[in-house]
Design a protein around this ligand. Structure first.
Ligand SMILES: [Zn+2]
Length: 281
């Protein structure tokens, strides 16, 4: 099955000892594209470095640069360098950023300021913004705020669409939330990525969402080293395990895994406007 992993933090320390083996295993599992997002300045630099120095036999690697909502407090100074990194051709997206009202490691106001800054950067650079969005269990306040922020930023308006040449203005990564949240995001032109989160209690609406996303805006991801799907070691998820989530998505859509796989690579290339089959240098 052809696969992508549209969100894997393989620049994290937990991969320092065996990254080349992890990347070879991903390629052996069918992963052709790997997107490595930063969560702060240092990890954004790490993502860019990896995208410039892929291991032989590894999937094609792209970078995203940004500051996670967990790190939004005090992120101001680092954002300037993130903006500089965003100009690098190996950087195909801005993020990850977004809103996290579940763990709330940063005050909401700081998260909102951080999110607005990243949306503006995405609009300016013409690169899609990778969005993390989690509410506390049973709530949807982060999802509702995120849609309001996207609308306020002009996601989906004609000028932004033109800037993007038809690519999505943002990606809802590791989808979590009610079906109408997904519908609102799709209406704004966003793409949606599914991770091992879909297997967790409370995430049941994801099954319906997996059926309604258009194939050219549908992505799968691991969020490695987090969110291990069933069968993957809890201590560390890896890109090769994206196959478990991709098969689940295929089952929800009632298509053969191989047919879904044929759509995943073009959807990735369309979302991130990568040059198919070419490696950035
Ligand atoms: Zn992530």
């Amino acid at each position: 099955m052809r696969l992508v992993d549209a969100h894997a933090h393989v620049q994290a320390d937990r991969f320092a000892g065996d990254l080349s083996d992890v990347l070879l295993a991903a390629a052996a599992a069918g992963v052709e594209r790997l997107l490595v997002p930063g969560w702060n300045l240092a990890s954004s630099r790490g993502a860019v470095a990896l995208a410039h120095a892929p291991a032989p036999g590894a999937p094609s690697i792209d970078a995203a640069v940004g500051i996670h909502p967990h790190e939004a407090a005090g992120a101001g100074p680092g954002r300037e360098e993130v903006a500089e990194l965003a100009a690098d051709p190996a950087v195909v997206a801005i993020g990850e950023t977004g809103l996290d009202y579940d763990r709330a490691f940063s005050p909401r106001e700081d998260q909102l300021v951080n999110l607005r800054w990243h949306l503006a950067l995405g609009r300016r650079t013409g690169k899609p913004v990778i969005l993390h969005c989690r509410s506390a269990p049973g709530l949807r306040d982060a999802q509702d705020d995120l849609v309001a922020e996207l609308r306020a930023a002009g996601a989906g308006d004609a000028a932004w669409r033109e800037r993007l040449g038809g690519a999505p203005p943002a990606i809802l990564h590791s989808f979590s939330g009610p079906v109408d949240f997904a519908e609102a995001a799709l209406e704004l032109g966003l793409a949606i990525g599914f991770s091992g989160l879909v297997f967790r209690r409370g995430e049941e609406p994801s099954a319906q969402v997996a059926r309604i996303v258009p194939p050219d805006r549908l992505l799968v991801e691991t969020d490695s080293p987090y969110l291990s799907p069933p069968g993957a070691p809890k201590r560390r998820n890896e890109p090769s395990w994206v196959a478990v989530t991709a098969r689940w998505v295929a089952a929800q859509r009632d298509v053969e895994p191989d047919a879904l796989g044929e759509a995943l690579v073009p959807a990735y290339d369309a979302a991130f406007r990568t040059r198919t089959g070419e490696q950035w240098t």
